[in-house]
Design a binder for this molecule. Structure first.
Ligand code: ADP
Ligand code: ADP
Length: 245
């Protein structure tokens, strides 16, 4: 059974306008998307800007409410679960965003940022938490003595490593990567991609990986889905999709 099975997912956004905020239209951002993702597998999601990639990713994580369709995680449909019932599933699905600076609180130390999910879910406190955070720092190639530093004291690539460490903290089954290296210097991109690949080999979680750079997608993905106007128009093994004719 696949880890994640998305069936006929639809997301329509209401477009509101005027001072009365009346609904003046509907955007069919995602219009019947289906795919499955195995454990330890990476599915790349590509397509032109505005085709619905982020909406698919955010709906799967239930950061955005689906209009209709099923989102099965380990066979359980989470598309319509309420907040409380959703909590254990939230723990197992994490996201890494494009801009690591925007998603880090500038007033928190890197150690507190990485350890925050452990506190929020009541999984570790005090010395035990510090130990776990130090271990996460090492897993992403940061030094434990950097835990006391603030986000501005890190380079762009290091900041993305902090975001990755935070995403790993709860032992996720699925990590959504939404353009995780697009904001980084080209020279740093390969290092971060190789870290992501290495972490997956050791920990066997799955990635839903959004990127516009086809070379990056081809390198990290096992299969690739191509979206166009809210639909998947092609989904195939990356070797089939990117094979030279
Ligand atoms: P992509 O990630 O492929 O660039 P998105 O999922 O961000 O695509 O957007 C898909 C479509 O949905 C676009 O037309 C976009 O303008 C629209 N959209 C995205 N978010 C919202 C929103 N919160 N309200 C209204 N329309 C939205
Ligand atoms: P290349 O892009 O050079 O052809 P591969 O196709 O071997 O490289 O895959 C790129 C990365 O993805 C490698 O690290 C490889 O180990 C890993 N990989 C490829 N296919 C799978 C798979 N089915 N399951 C798990 N990992 C895979």
């Amino acid at each position: 059974r696949p880890l994640l099975e998305v069936s006929d997912l639809v997301k329509h956004y209401a477009v509101r306008g005027g001072i009365m905020r009346r609904q003046v239209g509907t955007v069919h951002a995602v219009d019947g998307v289906s795919f499955a993702l195995g454990t330890g597998e990476t599915l790349g999601l590509v397509g032109e800007s505005g085709c619905g990639k982020s909406t698919v990713a955010r709906t799967v994580l239930r950061l955005v409410e689906p209009t209709s369709g099923a989102i099965r995680l380990d066979g359980e449909d989470i598309a319509r679960l309420g907040k409380t019932a959703l909590r254990p599933y939230r723990r197992s699905m994490q996201i890494v965003f494009q801009d690591p600076f925007a998603s880090l609180n500038p007033r928190m130390t890197a150690g507190d940022i990485v350890g925050e999910p452990l506190s929020v879910h009541g999984l570790a406190t005090g010395a035990k938490k510090q130990e776990r955070v130090a271990e996460l720092f090492q897993q992403v190639g940061l030094r434990p003595d950097q835990m006391k530093n603030f986000p501005h004291q890190f380079s762009g690539g290091q900041r993305q490593r902090i975001c990755i460490a935070r995403a790993l903290s709860l032992g996720p089954r699925l990590i959504v990567c939404d353009e995780p290296v697009s904001a980084l210097d080209v020279s740093i991109q390969a290092q971060v991609i190789n870290l992501l690949i290495d972490l997956q080999r050791k920990q066997n979680f799955s990635y839903l990986f959004i990127a516009h750079d086809l070379a990056v997608v081809a390198h990290i993905s096992h299969r690739v889905a191509v979206m166009y106007l809210g639909r998947i128009v092609e989904i195939a093994d990356k070797h089939a999709l990117f094979a030279n004719p």
